[in-house]
Ligand binder design. Structure first.
Ligand SMILES: *[C@@H]1O[C@H](CO)[C@@H](O)[C@H](O)[C@H]1NC(C)=O
Ligand SMILES: *[C@@H]1O[C@H](CO)[C@@H](O)[C@H](O)[C@H]1NC(C)=O
Length: 276
């Protein structure tokens, strides 16, 4: 009895509140509820980018969402030389994973030892002939042009599949693969990126540049940047015949493309303390 009364009281109250308010109020509630329902449904089913949790740059491949960067997305270009490979290959073997890591070691001439070439070592390539640059080669390091062109030759040799990054290293650079993949996966490989670090030796940075990645620690170029560098290599080499060292020539070429160094502290170029 009492609950019946309360229920009818409520109805009367509701009725009075509705009849007191104008039809405008009802319309307002209906409109607000409809908007909320539509919004919630839209958020649940929509594939619109605003509703995706993925950061913007990860949505780059054809499926809309790029997979995480892994070791197969990296290609390595190692600048080596036939005379020193015997002493240096131990550094590379420390991190090279046969049939997993992709890339090449570039030698100045065909090897005469270590033949047949072990399949556990990175496959080798002999650097292209650079005699056409002779008149431009005013470098104190005569092999600088060959070193700069490692990025171009690596790009030309391996750009199929899903390459995202080109990692350049010297023949005595030791890379920690999981860390390297982790660092590079932070960046959008579809944009122009030049990732590396300057030297731990202050004077070396003064002599070269604080904005330059020192090759001893390795550095990485995203696919589109490597492509642009490779396509502009001729122009670049002819523009900077006077710069000392391949790292500085490359940095100048990259700067001309409007890209500056993204510093990552994990790349270490260690200089011999006795020299500096
Ligand atoms: C890396 O990711 C690609 C997809 O982008 C996949 O096809 C490939 O198997 C992965 N490689 C490794 C070693 O996990
Ligand atoms: C790499 O693969 C090739 C061909 O599949 C094989 O002959 C070779 O033994 C492999 N090398 C290593 C070190 O696993």
């Amino acid at each position: 009895m009492a609950s019946n009364l309360m229920a009818s009281n409520l109805m009367i109250k509701l009725r009075t509140s509705f009849s007191n308010g104008s039809n405008k109020n009802i319309c307002k509630y209906v409109v607000i509820c409809t908007i909320l329902v539509v919004y919630v449904v839209y958020m649940l089913v929509s594939s619109h980018p605003c509703c995706q949790v993925q950061p913007k740059w990860r949505r780059s491949d054809s499926k809309g969402v790029a997979s995480a960067t892994n070791i197969s997305h990296l290609v390595f270009g190692i600048a080596g030389s036939s005379n020193t490979w015997r002493g240096k290959r131990g550094y590379i073997q420390a991190w090279w994973r046969p049939n997993v890591t992709r890339g090449f070691v570039f030698l100045d001439r065909p090897p005469t030892e270590h033949l047949p070439w072990p399949s556990a070592d990175p496959p080798y390539r002999v650097s292209e002939d650079n005699s056409r640059y002779k008149e431009y080669n005013k470098h104190r390091m005569p092999f600088a042009i060959r070193m700069v062109r490692v990025i171009e030759e690596t790009f030309k040799a391996e750009h199929g599949g899903e390459v995202r990054w080109y990692v350049m290293a010297d023949d005595d650079t030791v890379l920690l693969m999981e860390n390297l993949v982790g660092v590079l996966s932070k960046y959008d490989h579809t944009k122009y990126f030049y990732v590396g670090m300057n030297s731990e030796c202050f004077v070396c940075n003064v002599v070269h540049s604080f904005g330059m990645a020192f090759g001893g620690g390795g550095y990485a170029l995203s696919y589109p940047l490597a492509k642009a560098v490779a396509q502009n290599m001729d122009l670049c080499l002819k523009r900077y015949p006077f710069l000392y060292g391949s790292d500085l020539i490359l940095q100048s070429c990259i700067a001309d493309l409007g890209v500056s160094l993204t510093q990552e502290y994990g790349f270490h170029q260690v200089h011999h303390l006795l020299l500096f």
